[in-house]
Design a protein around this ligand. Sequence first.
Ligand code: SF4
Length: 912
Amino acid sequence: MGKKLIYEKVWPHDLIDVLAARILDDSEKTYYDFSDKVVVLPSLNTVAECSRRLVELAGSGLILPSFTTFDSWACQVAKPFEVETKRYLTLLIYHELEKHQWLERGNNWNLAADMAQLIGELNSYQPDVELDLESVNDRFNEAYQTRAQKLVGFEAKLLFDTWHAFTGVRNGRTSEQNVYRHRLSSLLKLEKRSLYVVVYPDLSPLERAFIESYSSQHCVTVLEADVSSIHDDTRADFCRSVYQNETQDGAFLNSEPTSGDPNVWKDTISYFPAVNLDQEVRAIQVQIQDWIRLGINTIAIIPFDRKVARRLRAVLQQSGILVQDEFGWKMSTTSVAAMLVDWLELLTSDIEITKLIAFLKRPILLKTSGVEELRLNLEKAFKKNRHWAIKSGFYEFAQTCCSDRSLELAHMLREAKSRFDRAKSRRHRDWIDGVLMSLEFMDLKLKLEYDDAGLQILQLLDTLRGEVELLQREVSFAAWLDWFKTQLEDNTFKDTKINSPICFTHLSAARLRCFDGIIFAGADDGNFPLAETRTPHFGDGVRAQLELRTTDDFIHADKVDLIGALLSSSNILVTWQSQKDNENNLISPWFESFRLYYTQRWGEGLIDSDLQSRVNLFDRQQRGLQAMYQPSSEPQVSLAASEIPRKISVSGYQSLLDCPYQFFIRYVLRTREPEILDFEPSNRELGNVLHVTLEKFHARHPSCVGVDVGILHREIIDITRETLETHIGIRGVTHGWITRFYDLLRQYLDWQIQWEKEGWDIIDTEKDCERTFLTEGGLSVDFFGRVDRIDEKLAVTGPETMVIDYKTQGKSRLKKMISTYDENTQLLSYLALQTENKVKAMYLSLDKDSPDMVTLEVDDVSGMVETHMSRLRDLFGKLESGEVLPANGVTSSCKYCDVKGSCRKDYSWLPK
Ligand code: SF4
């Protein structure tokens, strides 16, 4: 057989048919033995479909070719070197960035990850496949020398130099891409079979060069997915018009629908705009149930939004629909990861007593003998003598209140603490060993081993240990923990036990696969396309200089995949949230283009109003079902005289009004549920950052008038950076928040200057205020709070004072709060804590781009304050008379309640 390269462009939905036909065409018509052929597919998930089609077309028995992917094929060759992974490279770059402190520290993780990614791409994009093992470093040097001269941009040059410093073989190790390169190179020498390759636009130059070299020795047929040619399938041609003509001026939208043109998408695709996340998830659940009833069984769910995926997974599981997971979710969001991080932070804190109490509440520990006893003992004793508990340390304290098994556990914890010795700096692998050893205490390792996600975390620790084996640098435990948290964030947990025809998958993983139904979930403008490829560093300019793929390439690859998926199914649902934070939210522009063309061509809409009524019906049925049950009686508690607090904060007063039981858990028991591990800082953390930033800034600049606003802006942004770093830590995500604060704080400065011009001066920030009141029973109670800021203005009628509370909520939400000031009492409480006359109060909304003032307008401030204080006295009177504190929070209070687990509201229902 002569050596040749056949190259063909094929529409993605035709690829399998064309592939099968080409394989058959190249064979004897009577005897189908394809064992001399190897077929490289984009993923092994498509093998079954390809085999089925081949058997179908052959119409007789056959010996199948060898189906593989480039990765699996290359793995058949032994590794020439040990692999230096991208994770390891990220760590090396991070350490360099930390050492030299070129940039602000908070950004170094993010930057290191981006650099390691680009260096990996550069390794793949050096086109010489024929590298022999000996000359690899020379060849990379050559590539560097030739190209480095041409680079002019600073970032491109920096990256290229870094690539040069890190590439090649060092200490018998090299990058994943180089190992792959060598394996492909060895395959060229070993393989003799004819090759068929299905190619998508994101195939790397390395693989393309391999195909080229292979074709010089053996027959190669390349079928490349392409959507640019004219196709006689009307649906394909429709997609071509939609996605190739996006840049047209939109004039087509004004023309009339084409009459007599049969609607080829009718009953195939529909859209569902949800008003919130719950409704979006509900609609998908209803649609899947309907499809299953109609015999539409193989269903792909392609989520563009992790939150939607997470909620949907839980809802489908509850309704008994098993879903295979090719998508996975961040390891950091699993409960065992949260438990592990809690444990490590507990060790970091030298087993601080409140952290220990919170840790012992983790459900996974409940069955461990002695845990509950230890927690209750500590909690009770802590309530009585908080000061001593904190001062003495957990073990000494435990000795005073624990016995038997609980004391034994306390011994164990002390042992774990002393063996762990977090004060030293150690190598990464030593920290991993230390962490694994610490998990032996209290059987934590066993608990991880019994959990699927836990097992994958242990495997990750094992892999990480191997990867950092040679790293000699010593780091503090806090630095190691930061690194480990980013690993939990970057790695996904996949539940591999479920095998189902319904699956969560990625758009690119749906290539060449046939599904009866496809759901594109979370198709909001902000999620698709490009959300996954956006990085704050190294834009297209740098990538283009380095001859790497740019946004246009990513877009093109996504477009081919989207069109392939649209054409491969006859039941498609697209969902997105048309409302977010009370504002309209747009659908992804690609689905919007599809809709506009569709409406233009056939004069019909795509919104599935039928699904809307089915969702409403489903909700009605759920409510009907709920009506047959009642919540179990709400928990309640009354206080002994000695338990009545002697002081109450502004937020404690609010909690007492919102839900007395919540007040009991938070302010009498003084305990809260541990925060859920989340890489993104919570809104509360960000609110704190903003408060601290403004306090520090105004300590330096009580007045801003007369100072150049640009200088002020630079200064306040510097303070924000420092504060984010101190309060949130060195996490990549903080970079995004600096960007968000950048415009907001510029607007804030303009507001501040204008405010001062109106005559207002800052007289205090973060001021602690307090007043005392007497209860009916004669108890003296301190009412206290910290006011964000107090301003004063000299008016004709005398000085006026304004209490200002900074808020990160939007104006409309604050207006709603202020209109119910007797329920949302924070401002009234602050007013009650002022001694001056003529005091006003307002919220300053620092939400999106600009500050907004929301002022409390009441005619009789002193009358309101008096009523407010006498209500507080009455409530304390009720506590003294032993009146119960029920768990009676309304939905809005329960939604953000951090002690929900204690009252078990929403968890216990009884039949009526
Ligand atoms: S969840 Fe609701 S009812 Fe339960 S303690 Fe919290 S606010 Fe009260």
